[in-house]
Design a protein around this ligand. Sequence first.
Ligand SMILES: *Cc1c(COP(=O)(O)O)cnc(C)c1O
Length: 351
Amino acid sequence: MLMKNKVIDLRSDTVTKPSQEMLQAMSSARFGDEYYQEDIDTKVLEEFCCDFFGVEDAVFMVSGTMANQVAIRCATMPGSQIICDKFSHIVYHCGQGASDLGKVFFNVVDTGTGVLTRNDIEKAICSIYTNYALDYPPLIWVENTIGHYGGRVFPMDQLEEIFWFSRKRGMHLHLDGARLLNACAATGISPHDYIKYSDTTMFSFSKGLGAPFGSVLLGNKKNAMKARMFRKWYGGGLHQSGILAVACLYALQNNVPALLEDNQNAKVLADIVLKGQDHVSIQSSIESNIVMFDFSKSHISAKSFIRQAKEEGVLLFHWSSSCVRAVTHKDLSRDDIALAGKILNKILALS
Ligand SMILES: *Cc1c(COP(=O)(O)O)cnc(C)c1O
């Protein structure tokens, strides 16, 4: 009989709770008013991010969602287009917000992998009538890691290619890098090397790094100046933001090595769940900390699998009617992962 004393929450890496050490750091915040640019800890975090990610400027935001919406405003006009994969987070989760706030439209590509190529972009540009002399250039939007495709890493050579193409055509390239450091852990490529091929990048402190919330928009001084303005417009002008900034700084200074373990745990989880049964398949390879269980060729529904798992103390995320997501994170040990894997495997064996 499996023990049911701990709930193993695999819905997302956002469910992590601040550690005692992080809470202690938060209690040492110095509390100036960021609205008057007087919060020292926020400045310290932004400067640390400039070094860590290799950019001119960094703008602290309350969420990745806000930072992405602000990035859209920095790079578009109302009416202009964003070229991106059909299942990008910005479309799948935040499309309504983007059309309301940014008044942009999405020219989506069904890449099947989440990896937007130069060819995809050229085709997308031609898919609607564009008069280059008169229209605002499209915003190119890529994600790394790619959420919908099970945390796939955006390949460096493709990124490089579309970046140089965007230069040639005067287009802005935004990297939605909520989980960029999971990609760095998976490939050994430094954040600097990824980010130099974008105009703006969003990174989130509240995914695998374990801060309660918070993100940063990275880029040059000109984009950062605009971003500070739009952040204020959108209600993101903060006051004693140091209490959050120190948590995010703590996360960046201490919790990066754990991402490698999270990536490895995703593989361990998939191996145990899949053992000896054929009701479910997963994405072609597990590159970071996400496992997508696909039931499209099975009689099992995503909903009933999630319900049964919950009864056994394992929480999963409903991605679509046939797809269930599990995300590993720092609050789950290898033992937790092994236990969750056994529970899910047992449910499938009995289905
Ligand atoms: C989580 C996530 C966001 C939003 O970040 P929040 O801090 O939760 O608002 C944006 N893009 C991607 C790819 C994400 O995974």
